[in-house]
Design a binder for this molecule. Structure first.
Ligand code: AMP
Ligand code: ZN
Length: 141
């Protein structure tokens, strides 16, 4: 439990939420500013700040819950696809500093889906891609 964390308050039952699913480790509830019909958040019950901080066990539980609910969104809401989103760090659009995975159903019918990311893909330079990939690989292995 972290002081002044709105998602810890939701876990504790001190703030309202529309719960979708829960287990011992994770909680899924509806986002109050939905980007699409059925947009929800999956969080660990135990406080972690972000992706760099969350223990593997909690990340596993949250990810498996997100997968289960993504399947339900397709089956029950008729979503045509699902985007999972995690924002890690204020500069990367994180606004609530308790780890969460956004589960955002995607619809062909854009009256149900307002998700746009600030990313218009343009082809990168292969030498730069290869150099950055090599640096990441060397540091990760
Ligand atoms: P992020 O910008 O990735 O940190 O996303 C935070 C998300 O939490 C936003 O989509 C908010 O709409 C959502 N949010 C903030 N407070 C609440 C709340 N009390 N109940 C449900 N969703 C919330
Ligand atoms: Zn918290």
């Amino acid at each position: 439990m972290s002081k002044q964390c709105v998602f810890c308050d939701i876990v504790a039952g001190d703030s309202p939420s529309v719960t979708v699913a829960e287990d011992d480790t994770s909680l899924a509830f509806m986002d109050i500013n939905p980007a699409s019909d059925g947009h929800l958040l999956v969080i660990p019950k135990r406080h972690s700040t972000d992706l760099l901080d969350i223990p593997a066990e909690d990340l596993t539980a949250v990810t498996l819950s997100a997968q289960r609910i993504a399947e339900v969104a397709v089956r029950e809401l008729g979503a045509d696809g699902v985007n999972l989103l995690n924002c890690c760090g204020a500069d990367a659009w994180q606004t609530v500093f308790h780890f969460h995975l956004h589960v955002i159903p995607w619809y062909v019918d854009k009256t149900r889906d307002r998700l746009t990311l600030p990313w218009a893909p343009t082809r990168g330079r292969m030498d730069t891609i290869a150099e950055l990939g090599a640096r990441l690989s060397a540091a990760a292995n």
